[in-house]
Ligand binder design. Structure first.
Ligand SMILES: Nc1ncnc2c1ncn2[C@@H]1O[C@H](COP(=O)(O)OP(=O)(O)OP(=O)(O)O)[C@@H](O)[C@H]1O
Ligand SMILES: [Mg+2]
Length: 241
């Protein structure tokens, strides 16, 4: 960072422990990737991020490619978050990008999405998930173009964004597409911890990268509780999970 560059303000994720690891939250305006295997809590983290903003009157937009709107709201209600009140107050908007309407969805992402999001006054954006988005394109070049367009739209809107991606089951430290980490300013990796017998014994989180800010790099345990994700940032480093 040059001397004249002022550090970016932090946007709290609302996930206790993670915010401490990041010195307050995601740097404002960043596009952060949350990558993990199924069931590690990516959708939960995305909702928690938006509802944390909504509680302060910020506007959040959830672009859902996986779950439809009623399903997603039901997921949020399970965590006892005031999701219906947020929708009513206009601090949470859920937009379904239906993978069945491929052409239309891609056209929207590569066209006016950034302006649409800015016009909505979005402070926080979640895209769940870019893995499904990637499946809409049939070749590498088009996947790359779509991902760049999406990250560009998020940045153009001025909001702070969280993209979720499925980790590669063979190599869970990287995403299935191997591309999303390159368009993102930060990467948070969610994973399963395995015991000596190879069984899953818990969950662990690591901040792999976060441009323009110092952050903790150790592997910390976390739990998905009835009130959302809680990271134990004080636990001893679990090491290469
Ligand atoms: N109310 C709850 N209390 C405790 N844990 C819960 C609750 N609801 C969900 N979970 C846990 O969270 C997991 C799912 O989290 P989430 O849907 O956010 O994962 P995901 O990473 O988005 O998964 P996928 O890749 O399948 O979309 C469940 O498998 C369950 O273990
Ligand atoms: Mg999910």
């Amino acid at each position: 960072m040059s001397e004249s560059e002022t550090p970016r303000a932090k946007v709290p994720t609302g996930v206790s422990g993670l915010d401490e690891m990041l010195g307050g939250g995601f740097p404002a305006g960043h596009v952060v990737l949350v990558s993990g295997l199924p069931g590690t809590g990516k959708t939960c983290l995305g909702l928690q991020f938006l509802l944390t903003g909504a509680a302060k009157g910020e506007k959040g937009v959830f672009l859902s490619l996986e779950e439809d709107v009623p399903q997603l709201l039901e997921t949020a209600r399970q965590f006892r978050w005031p999701v219906d009140a947020a929708v009513k107050a206009g601090t949470l908007k859920v937009i379904r990008l239906d993978p069945k309407e491929t052409r239309q969805s891609l056209h929207r992402i590569q066209g006016e999405l950034g302006k649409e999001l800015a016009a909505m006054g979005a402070n926080r954006i979640v895209v769940d998930s870019v893995s499904l988005l990637n499946m809409l394109s049939d070749d590498e070049q088009s996947r790359r173009a779509t991902l760049f367009a999406l990250a560009g739209a998020c940045r153009e809107s001025g909001a702070t964004s969280l993209l979720t991606a499925e980790a590669d089951p063979q190599h869970p430290e990287v995403t299935r597409d191997g591309l999303s980490e390159y368009v993102s300013d930060g990467v948070v990796l969610l994973g399963y911890r395995t015991g000596s017998d190879g069984h899953r014994v818990g969950l662990s989180l690591r901040v792999l990268k976060m441009r323009r800010t110092p952050h903790v790099r150790t592997v910390q345990p976390y739990a998905i509780t009835a009130n959302g994700i809680v990271v134990d940032s004080k636990a001893v480093d679990l090491g290469g999970s």
